[in-house]
Design a binder for this molecule. Structure first.
Ligand SMILES: *Cc1c(COP(=O)(O)O)cnc(C)c1O
Length: 386
């Protein structure tokens, strides 16, 4: 390792954007002509409609000066986001542009939150495994300790007694608690008990509630935000809004926290095309979000079919993906360890062109277009032992 690098980076495992991608196509025997069903990153399977894409191209050609820096204050976009956010909950007139910070994806906001709270030995973060891996990865890149607690193996509710113990220890005092609502990869929303624990946390602990899947779940803690200066909600344009390529996420929080996030971010974090895309998406949100009910009903159909299979355990999900575990009889039939059975299924699906994610002792399958979901079902049923 180069002598000037931080030694702890040697242990760091970076986020794998497409763990199932086709770089090893020769060994997997995948045919170049096989259509690839990308069901491993929870994107919306529908690209922007052609007319919107054309408008965006027009904006780039006519309204964006490539030689000029983009708007570093995101003024117009913050206004538009604040208006959209206010529509998404009860009692939300308190949401103004001063309560919004926009990031290059919510990933950037997660990093900004860590910089604003924990960097330099100021504290540790708490996550409940399995959950979105970026919280832990970004914390590690900044040298911030990560404490992990478990979840119920049947409901995926957080082990609250372990969480309380973690909060009360003083060796690595916890400054930030990260929660996904509904969680990824397991799809469960926060329960009443979890929410009441989060409400009980003291003012010096920041509670991050990541609502990346809000448009699919319609679960939000937005109306409580005005009473809680230590809560922040994260949302993104990468999922329901069909803009993963453009990288836009936003935080909604108390004005002072927003000011801190604005201080620590890069001055021109959002390219002009990205800001334009987000503006278009909000103006045309009725059109863009029209596919949400279709994806919800596809999720239910996929759930029903997979749940009926005796070799699978499928968990209810409020997001645009399903979490699936294998019955012990699968590993028995294949004469291998449970984890090897997951690997085998994952790799065989990949060889046939279905990319999913193996995580948290299960498989996370993004809900795709109807024909993709049908292929997922056909392939799974054919690969599982009869
Ligand atoms: C997909 C996802 C995000 C989105 O990240 P972006 O950087 O905005 O693309 C954030 N949090 C969770 C839990 C996610 O699953």
């Amino acid at each position: 390792m180069l002598p000037f690098l931080r030694p702890d980076l040697a242990q760091l495992v970076a986020y794998t954007p497409h763990p199932g991608s086709i770089e090893s196509s020769d060994s997997s025997g995948i045919n170049a002509a096989t259509p690839i069903d990308r069901l491993d990153t929870n994107e919306n399977p529908f690209d922007l409609p052609d007319d919107l894409k054309q408008k965006l191209a027009w904006t780039y050609q006519q309204a964006i000066e490539s030689n000029r820096y983009p708007d570093g204050e995101h003024g117009a976009l913050k206004q538009a986001i604040a208006e959209y956010v206010a529509e998404t909950g009860e009692d939300t007139r308190f949401v103004t542009p001063n309560h919004i910070s926009i990031g290059n994806g919510s990933d950037e906001l997660i990093r900004s939150l860590l910089i604003a709270t924990c960097v330099g030995g100021a504290g540790a973060v708490l996550v409940a495994h399995p959950t979105f891996s970026m919280y832990g990865i970004l914390a590690q890149t900044l040298g911030i300790p990560v404490m992990t607690v478990g979840r119920s193996p049947t409901t995926f509710e957080i082990d609250l007694s372990a969480a309380k113990t973690a909060l009360s220890q003083t060796e690595a005092p916890i400054r930030v608690v990260f929660m996904v609502h509904p969680n990824s990869p397991t799809g469960n929303p926060l329960t009443a008990a979890e929410l009441s624990w989060l409400r009980s946390l003291p003012d010096h602990v920041l509670v991050v509630i990541d609502e990346a899947y809000f448009e699919f779940s319609q679960h939000t803690v937005l109306s409580e935000l005005q009473f809680r200066s230590n809560w922040v909600i994260l949302r993104t344009f990468s999922k329901a809004f069909r803009l993963a390529a453009h990288r836009i996420g936003y935080a909604i929080a108390h004005g002072e926290l927003i000011t801190a996030l604005e201080k620590v971010r890069l001055p021109y974090n959002l390219p002009a095309t990205t800001q334009a895309a987000a503006q278009w998406a909000l103006t045309h949100r009725q059109t863009l979000l029209k596919v949400v009910p279709l994806l919800q009903s596809e999720r239910e159909a996929l759930f029903q079919t997979l749940a009926a299979h005796p070799r699978l355990q499928v968990f209810p999900s409020d997001a645009n993906f399903l979490f699936v575990q294998l019955a012990a009889t699968v590993a028995d039939a294949w004469n291998c360890a449970p984890d090897a059975a997951l690997d085998r299924l994952f790799l065989q699906l990949k060889a046939q062109g279905t990319l999913i994610r193996k995580t948290g002792n299960g498989l996370r399958i993004t809900v795709g277009r109807p024909e993709e979901n049908q292929r997922t079902i056909d392939r799974l049923l054919q690969l599982l032992p009869s």
